[in-house]
Ligand binder design. Structure first.
Ligand SMILES: *Cc1c(COP(=O)(O)O)cnc(C)c1O
Length: 474
């Protein structure tokens, strides 16, 4: 593709873009149980309008656009209050959960440089159920991730294992409320008091749960404690663009106080250029996401969030009961809210995901670990809640379909995995993966066999394969 010599009209542009979308999955009708968090159309329009109103303003310089600083303070204080923080709590709006977590880990590293100067190689202790964003932060900032076991029955972080993993180099303990993968809340009070005992920081990843769980508690559900009401919690991440129902590009990072938040920031007066002061990772960025977050909080209000959470929780309970009633499927751990995963003892759930996809449904495949089986993740949101019965009907039909289909030759997977183990060179891997449909530069339609192989390979090898695949995709 080249830049057209003469530009297209606005109508042509929009018609062309709309035509591109026809090959994407249809989230508008509520059949995608991940990635998309959709409120009702009135609320969605409020977010869109607020976003567009601030599309062009730049967060880079609050002295030029003071209203952006005010919107950001308002969003941070509303979320800090919801998470039971006091007036000392300080924070920022970031571009997403990953950025909030990157910043929490960066702040912890720089806090340790000041307060634990003997540490040359800082470490953070986290359960295998914690989000991959912590591994990304570790990779970016030179912090060593020390991954410990979880309880294979409940999927909660194993606090005794966390204690055993603490060394002289530990700076940070991580807890999830809940973990994305299985929707299980870790024992945050125990992890936070362990952090206090050793003089460590404790980050609670409430990216997906911070807003939802707070309103679930207000509705009278038994929600385990996870927020600033627990003294040892030093930072918290909460995504506005998930169960806050805001537009993508909005999350909140909160610290117990400004002294700790200071380690998040970066400034440079070292160049010939303008004075650069960045609280967050990016520098120039649209104020649209902040305005969208401010708008949805004010539009829904407490009453709106309560109603949405009540609807979504009822749909989740129905879905979990329906899945438990399907022969061969079981739910992993004890999910605390509207997200969970399920596995099967007798059918291959990767094939089940493909069968559902052929009927227009998206559930998210997740790989096995030494303590857990491969499984499918389900996030129930307001925009999909009305489709629970329809999903259950197709799920039951697809389970039968997969059970009756001729199974993939098990030696095929084993032969591929052994061949890659013998010769893990990029050329061999590309050639072998192409035989099962993973071809450079092309998006596969059927994922089951590819996932079978990736799941069977060591994590380090699978990571290289998916990096090479994406490196060839664009
Ligand atoms: C979604 C999520 C993240 C990452 O957030 P992004 O907005 O996708 O960057 C981190 N932790 C948890 C628990 C999440 O659910």
């Amino acid at each position: 593709m080249t830049i057209p010599p003469i530009g297209m009209t606005p109508d042509e542009i929009m018609a062309t873009l709309r035509s591109f979308k026809t090959h994407d999955m249809d989230w508008q009708s509520g059949r995608v149980f991940a990635y998309v968090y959709q409120p009702d159309e009135t609320a969605a329009a409020v977010v869109r309008d607020a976003y567009m109103l601030y599309l062009t303003e730049n967060c880079l310089d609050p002295t030029t656009f003071p209203s952006i600083a005010q919107l950001e303070r308002d969003v941070v204080h509303m979320i800090a209050g919801l998470l039971q923080g006091d007036a000392q709590v300080a924070g920022n709006v970031t571009g997403g959960g990953t950025e909030s977590i990157l910043l929490a880990v960066k702040a912890a590293r720089d806090w340790a440089r000041a307060h634990r100067p003997h540490i040359a190689q800082p470490e953070m202790v986290l359960s295998r159920t914690a989000h991959a964003a912590f591994h990304k932060a570790a990779h970016y900032f030179g912090v060593k991730p020390v991954v410990v076991a979880f309880d294979p029955a409940t999927f909660e972080a194993d606090v005794a294992a966390m204690r055993a993993a603490i060394t002289d180099n530990t700076i940070l303990l991580v807890a999830s409320a809940p973990c994305y993968s299985q929707g299980v809340v870790d024992p945050v009070p125990a992890i936070a008091s362990l952090a206090q005992e050793y003089g460590l920081l404790c980050h609670v990843d409430a990216c997906v749960g911070g807003i939802y769980l707070s309103f679930l508690r207000k509705l009278g559900y038994a929600v385990p404690p996870f927020d600033f009401s627990i003294p040892g919690v030093t930072s918290l991440s909460v995504d506005m663009h998930k169960y806050g129902y805001s537009a993508k590009g909005a999350s909140v990072i909160l610290y117990r106080d400004r002294a700790l938040r200071r380690y998040q920031m970066f400034a440079s007066t070292d160049t010939t250029g303008y004075t650069l002061i960045n609280p967050t990772v990016l520098s120039s960025r649209s104020a649209g996401p902040i305005a969208g977050a401010w708008a949805i909080l004010h539009h829904l209000g407490e009453a709106g969030y309560r109603e949405i959470v009540a609807t979504v929780q009822a749909a989740t309970e129905r879905l979990i009961a329906g899945i438990r009633a399907i022969d061969g499927l079981f739910v992993l751990g004890q999910p605390a809210m509207s997200m969970f995963s399920f596995a099967s003892n007798d059918i291959n759930v990767f094939h089940l995901a493909d069968a559902l996809r052929r009927r227009g449904w998206f559930l998210q495949p997740q790989f096995s670990t030494p303590l857990s089986p491969r499984n499918l993740h389900v996030s129930v949101t307001y925009g999909v809640a009305h489709n629970v019965e329809a999903l259950l009907a197709d799920l039951a039909a697809c389970v039968d379909e997969v059970r009756q289909a001729p199974p993939t030759d098990p030696t095929l997977i084993q032969t591929l995995v052994s061949a890659i183990a013998r010769d893990p060179s990029p050329a061999t891997i590309t050639e072998l993966m192409a035989t099962i449909g993973l071809q450079p530069g092309r998006l596969p339609q059927e994922m089951a066999v590819i996932n079978d192989v990736l799941d069977a390979l060591p994590d380090a090898v699978a990571n290289e394969i998916v990096i090479d695949f994406f490196n060839n995709l664009y």
